[in-house]
Design a protein around this ligand. Structure first.
Ligand code: HEC
Ligand code: HEC
Ligand code: HEC
Ligand code: HEC
Ligand code: HEC
Ligand code: HEC
Ligand code: HEC
Ligand code: HEC
Length: 443
């Protein structure tokens, strides 16, 4: 029986209704979906929840590649690449890609010519570098002849990944695929994958700060899914990592260079000002002033700058120079990590000294003091100096230790307690205080 035109129209409409609604996606992407909708329902559903889906940006628009590119795969009639690099995203998001390319994040894959690298590769071992360092810093992705990715170097979403097209970085380090959702990237947990632990505990510091406490209390009221997200306009209660380091303020644009608002380098052995630091400081102050008064913000920076000066001048510079003097006088070798004092010095600045400075910069008092300057001071006085003395004795050069004491300790009022003891007047006052406060006798 011949189908009437009316019946044919009905059937076509029913077929259309039964087919998934792919919105305004391209013909090429529809072909990807004809296989991938069943193959990878997770990826496809995430993508369908994204702004990209709404804008008609599909599988093909991101994963397309040109024949001859190192990671191009001949794939069911298409040339595609698995990695969608910052350069690929940058075809549509030029500004974000350029800013991230100029940032320290993009340079983070280039780490092995450092003391950390010596530790990772030689003291530890290469497999530990792959699942440790490189998962945060980024791998150097290698390709096979057919364009597939070398499994020793991928999966990896390290922040400074070196991609097959030569670009550096991974947008999905923060914008988890395949939603690529701004709201998700504004949350502190995103940064906490990498910014934690004994040598850069930013997420721990944040959690103990008033800001982190307020974030926990009011995270449902911060309107993180708004297109524009400006403190003092769209939300009021708490800043996140993104608020201070990336998001817009009433006067500053969004930046994908996370160094744009830093006036100090707080991870170096001795802290130094960054290039163009006054401008960067003004950028950060504009964040604070969205919620705080001018005097409050000036007070915060006075305390931070004083703290950095204390760390630098009292501990970091002397520790660095003492180690160098021991090397110059052939008391210890000039190589890294082969003398006990190398390790003491390393932890002093790389772990304890960083924790202290990060605690001070982001209002985490426990990190500024107990995990910070307390540890720095304890190890300076009870490990570094005694080890220097021991090493001089062993080398038959006790006069070198005398020189260290004369130069750095005896004539510096901040250190002289170490050789002269505490001021007897203070000791007496402390005893009297305890007696009065706890009715206790103190020795
Ligand atoms: C004829 C079916 C078919 C079509 C059409 C198709 N794919 Fe695939 N694709 C597959 C299969 C099968 C796999 C392997 C699945 C697995 O690893 O579980 C795959 C894997 C992939 C991978 C992962 C490769 C890897 O190395 O892990 C990507 C990326 C991909 N496809 C993208 C696309 C894109 C983009 C399109 C459209 C331009 C597309 N595919 C079209 C069937 C298809
Ligand atoms: C906005 C760009 C974008 C769109 C749209 C997109 N992808 Fe991806 N896709 C990525 C990025 C980024 C990665 C991560 C690769 C990397 O590390 O750079 C990825 C990874 C993948 C992978 C490998 C990872 C895994 O978990 O196996 C597959 C497969 C894949 N995409 C399939 C698809 C399919 C199918 C679609 C369409 C439904 C799609 N992608 C749409 C950007 C995109
Ligand atoms: C073919 C063009 C195109 C490509 C390629 C592309 N995007 Fe997009 N992207 C868009 C459009 C269009 C929008 C929606 C309009 C807007 O907000 O600019 C968007 C929006 C976004 C948003 C905002 C989402 C939100 O919550 O509002 C993010 C984040 C994003 N893209 C990241 C990426 C990343 C990361 C890549 C690469 C893995 C990428 N895009 C690749 C076109 C593209
Ligand atoms: C948990 C993630 C993570 C791991 C694992 C990790 N790093 Fe890092 N690394 C970071 C972060 C985050 C910073 C930046 C700290 C800051 O600015 O406070 C950093 C900083 C550095 C720096 C200083 C860069 C500069 O510009 O001053 C070097 C060098 C470095 N890491 C090398 C390594 C090496 C080598 C390994 C392995 C032996 C390693 N890292 C393991 C996250 C990590
Ligand atoms: C360190 C984490 C991080 C990385 C890496 C990152 N982004 Fe973002 N991105 C964010 C945050 C946070 C926001 C939201 C800023 C705000 O509050 O408006 C954002 C916003 C965006 C937006 C929306 C811009 C707007 O004004 O609406 C786009 C597009 C985007 N990112 C693209 C990219 C691309 C492309 C890359 C890689 C070149 C990338 N991002 C890498 C954290 C990141
Ligand atoms: C995948 C790991 C990773 C993620 C996620 C990550 N970072 Fe980083 N970040 C690093 C590493 C590694 C460095 C050190 C880079 C270097 O100097 O070589 C760094 C450095 C920084 C710096 C110092 C920049 C400078 O110019 O000195 C800031 C600030 C920063 N990150 C903030 C953030 C914020 C905010 C987020 C979340 C929105 C974030 N990061 C997400 C790994 C990460
Ligand atoms: C209230 C604002 C604020 C919040 C929230 C905040 N930071 Fe910071 N951050 C700062 C300030 C201020 C500095 C020091 C700025 C300077 O150098 O002048 C800083 C410094 C840093 C540095 C540079 C350290 C170095 O080695 O030089 C990193 C990395 C960093 N923050 C990451 C993070 C991460 C990750 C989070 C969230 C877990 C976070 N910040 C939350 C304000 C903030
Ligand atoms: C989105 C709003 C917001 C932003 C942005 C913001 N803060 Fe806060 N901050 C608060 C609130 C709310 C409190 C809690 C006040 C209280 O203690 O009752 C607070 C508390 C503080 C405290 C007191 C910490 C304590 O333990 O008593 C300091 C210091 C501080 N902020 C510094 C800063 C600095 C520096 C910046 C910029 C780098 C900044 N804030 C950005 C909202 C903000």
């Amino acid at each position: 029986m011949k189908m009437s035109r009316f019946a044919a129209a009905i059937t076509a409409a029913m077929l259309l209704a039964a087919a998934p609604c792919w919105g305004k996606v391209s013909q090429s992407t529809r072909e990807c979906l004809s296989c991938h909708a069943d193959l990878m329902p997770g990826i496809v559903t995430q993508w369908q929840s994204s702004t990209h889906w709404q804008a008609g940006v599909g599988c093909f628009e991101c994963h397309q590649a040109k024949k001859g590119e190192p990671d191009a795969m001949d794939h069911n009639g298409f040339w595609v690449a698995t990695i969608v690099s910052p350069r690929d995203c940058g075809r549509c998001h030029e500004r974000e890609a350029a800013e991230q390319e100029a940032s320290h994040h993009a340079a983070a894959g280039d780490i092995l010519n450092s003391k950390d690298g010596l530790l990772g590769q030689t003291v530890g071992g290469e497999p530990a570098v792959a699942v440790g360092c490189r998962q945060c810093h980024g791998s150097i992705v290698k390709t096979n002849a057919d364009g597939t990715l070398d499994p020793a170097t991928w999966p990896n979403t390290g922040i400074g990944r070196v991609n097959p097209d030569g670009s550096r970085g991974t947008c999905s380090a923060c914008h988890t695929r395949h939603r690529f959702d701004k709201a998700q990237a504004r949350k502190p947990e995103v940064c906490g994958k990498c910014h934690l632990g004994p040598d850069h505990p930013q997420i721990e510091v944040y959690r103990e700060s008033k800001h982190g406490i307020l974030y926990e209390a009011y995270k449902d009221e911060l309107n993180m899914d708004r297109p524009k997200w400006v403190p003092g306009q769209d939300y009021f209660d708490a800043p996140t990592c993104a608020t201070c380091h990336m998001s817009a303020t009433a006067t500053e644009p969004v930046t994908h260079d996370v160094g744009d608002r830093l006036s100090w380098n707080l991870r170096a052995p001795v802290s130094k000002r960054t290039r163009n630091w006054k401008k960067k400081l003004a950028g950060m102050e504009s964040v604070c002033k969205s919620c705080h008064g001018d005097n409050f913000v000036a007070g915060f920076y006075t305390q931070l700058d004083n703290f950095v000066a204390l760390y630098n001048d009292k501990f970091a510079v002397p520790a660095k120079e003492i180690r160098k003097l021991l090397m110059d006088k052939d008391v210890i070798s000039k190589a890294n990590f082969d003398d006990k004092i190398d390790w003491i010095y390393w932890e002093l600045w790389h772990h304890e000294g960083r924790r202290a400075r990060h605690g001070a910069a982001m209002s985490g008092p426990d990190y500024a003091w107990w995990h910070g300057i307390y540890d720095v001071a304890k190890h300076f006085y009870t490990e570094m100096l005694p080890e220097a003395e021991e090493a001089c004795k062993k080398a038959g050069k006790p006069e070198v230790y005398e020189e260290i004491l004369d130069r750095y300790i005896k004539n510096d009022p901040r250190h002289e307690w170490f050789v002269k003891g505490f001021d007897p007047k203070r000791v007496k006052a402390i005893k009297e205080y305890y007696q009065k406060r706890y009715q206790q006798k103190v020795d």
